[in-house]
Design a protein around this ligand. Structure first.
Ligand SMILES: Cc1ncc(COP(=O)(O)O)c(C=O)c1O
Length: 388
């Protein structure tokens, strides 16, 4: 092949694709110490039995194997709408304000293709989930990194965005509870973001992947709870983390009718609906017994305490997450993130994610999606390194 479209050169290989190759190579090096993967936020625990049963029952039926409605079945749309009513007291029209997706990652990427033209700006608070920047670049648009820092709880300073950038901005991404920082946002912050978006005619996009993974009784609000949000915002949600279904690829975009219509047109040209057993199991996840989520969050909370305690013992600066699955810690001294994670992978056989994957130097992310014993082993190995 001689040429590729220039837009493909605007995005490099994905970190988690590259790290798989690296780890497979390391596994073949004759060292019998297992590699512990704390890099990816993929829940290790299974979904509840009633969800798996819905999947297997549907899979055994002969009518389950054909194409499904491209924009999701009415029952699935209804189930997502009911979840928003139940959790957030937000009323959604299941036909116009709910668009099921095959994972939120693809919807996030497609949204940028639907909205952004070359010359447009996408406002992205960093550190950030990488698909926001990559989606903007692939659309030929310009990502503008909105300042945020640990001191301000990783909330973006919207007032600090220069006026000429604001005037070209079409999108503002928000992700609370946040990956990778685990930062959370108050309703007041969400309200100020809605006001900003209305004032500047910018689409507000909330990525709410972690609203149901919360600790110590913390309640994570939906952006759509804010009055006026449906005029100016959409929200992505997913069963990947909320219901331990990351591999199933089942998610949703909810909110502004016009935006979802356009996103739905892209989806209809790329995908052909989901697998019926997964759609039915998603309904079971959304509408069935939810009592298992509390004990599941307790397990994460115990791991969180373990991990944060051990990282602090090493002298690392790290905040205690109220939600999400990550410890986001400042590296000691003047370590570069990639050098640090490479060193840890090479010498401790523990895989972490360098902060640069999310746009931030000098930090690393540890996902606590592994059993306690594995976390303890990984942290022991980390402590034994002579880098502290
Ligand atoms: C903030 C955020 N958004 C979206 C996603 C993608 O989720 P999904 O599995 O629905 O594609 C992730 C996955 O890690 C995430 O952390």
């Amino acid at each position: 092949m001689k040429t590729f479209a220039t837009r493909t050169t605007s995005i490099s290989d994905h970190f988690f694709a590259a790290v798989d190759v690296r780890i497979n190579a390391l596994r073949a090096d004759g060292n019998s110490t297992p590699i512990i993967r704390l890099d990816i936020g993929s829940p290790d625990l299974p979904p509840a039995p009633h969800i798996i049963e819905a999947l297997t029952c549907a899979a055994a039926r002969p009518d389950s194997h054909g194409y499904q409605p491209i924009k999701g079945t009415p029952a699935l749309r209804e189930a997502w709408a009911k979840l928003y009513q139940r959790l957030h007291n937000v009323t959604l029209d299941p036909t116009a304000q709910v668009l099921p997706l095959l994972g939120s990652k693809e919807g996030i990427f497609h949204l940028s293709q639907a909205l952004l033209e070359p010359g447009d700006v996408a406002l992205i608070p960093e550190p950030a989930y990488m698909s926001y920047v990559r989606g903007a670049r692939f659309a030929g648009a310009e990502p503008f990194i909105v300042p945020s820092s640990r001191e301000t709880g990783f909330l973006p300073d919207l007032a600090a965005i220069p006026a000429d950038i604001v005037s070209r901005a079409r999108l503002l991404w928000l992700n609370f509870p946040n990956n990778p920082t685990s930062a959370v946002a108050s309703r007041e912050f969400f309200a100020s973001a809605v006001e900003f978006a209305l004032r500047h005619d910018i689409l507000l996009v909330s990525d709410a992947a972690y609203t149901q993974v919360t600790y110590d009784g913390y309640y994570a609000a939906s952006l759509l709870e804010i009055p006026g949000a449906l005029d100016v915002a959409i929200e992505f949600n997913t069963l990947s983390k909320s219901h331990n279904m990351a591999g199933w690829r089942t998610a949703v975009a909810v909110g502004n009718t016009d935006v979802l219509k356009t996103l739905g047109t892209i989806e209809a040209n790329v995908n052909s609906g989901g697998f019926k057993p997964i759609l039915e199991a998603s309904i079971a996840a959304l509408s069935g017994d939810q009592s298992w989520l509390g004990p599941r969050n307790q397990i994460y909370q115990r791991r969180r305490d373990l991990v944060i305690g051990r990282l602090r013992e090493l002298g690392l600066e790290v905040d205690l997450p109220q939600a999400s699955l990550y410890a986001w810690f400042k590296l000691p001294g003047d370590w570069k993130a990639v050098d640090f994670t490479n060193q840890v992978l090479q010498n401790a056989r523990v895989s972490l994610t360098p902060g640069t994957v999310f746009g931030t130097e000098g930090y690393a992310r540890l996902a606590f999606c592994s059993p306690d014993a594995e976390l303890v082993e990984a942290l022991n190995r980390l402590s034994d390194l002579d880098i502290w």
